[in-house]
Design a protein around this ligand. Structure first.
Ligand SMILES: [Zn+2]
Length: 141
């Protein structure tokens, strides 16, 4: 097993949506100048600092029972045959932590999550203050 003893945030790019209720922004983060993670989401929550970083995930697919084409979970109609498939969706047991998404990448080690979150929040707040200084409107105003 290979162990990485030191992980540092090399750079972060923040993109803010034009509109958004809970979605406050997207972040791309480079670690150790060697690995880039695209599509982190900055989400507004009830947490003390009001923000949460969601790591990239993809929706679960399932086969259309009529034509066997792959369909995205929560689709109402099959994109190939057009038949209604909302009643054929796979069931997820939230009690067993089953979800209609699969993580693509996420930190296993809690201090790494904290490092990434802190860096993303700082870059986000910096982006917000730059927007206010230049007179650009922001969703928080
Ligand atoms: Zn179909």
């Amino acid at each position: 097993m290979t162990r990485v003893m030191y992980i540092a945030v090399s750079s972060i790019t923040i993109v803010r949506p034009k509109e958004g209720n809970y979605l406050r922004g997207f972040a791309d983060i480079v670690l150790n100048e060697q690995l880039v993670i695209h599509g982190l989401k900055i989400i507004a929550t009830e947490r003390p600092n009001g923000l949460f970083v969601a790591f990239p995930h993809k929706k679960v697919h399932f086969s259309c029972p009529f034509c066997r084409a792959l369909a995205v979970y929560d689709a109402v109609y099959c994109a190939r045959c057009g038949k209604e498939i909302s009643h054929c969706q796979p069931k997820f047991d939230r009690q067993k932590n089953e979800r209609p998404q699969r993580d693509i990448i996420h930190p296993i080690y809690s201090p790494l999550r904290i490092l990434i979150e802190k860096a993303v929040f700082e870059a986000y707040w910096r982006e917000l203050s730059l927007g206010q200084e230049s007179g650009l409107s922001s969703p928080e105003q």
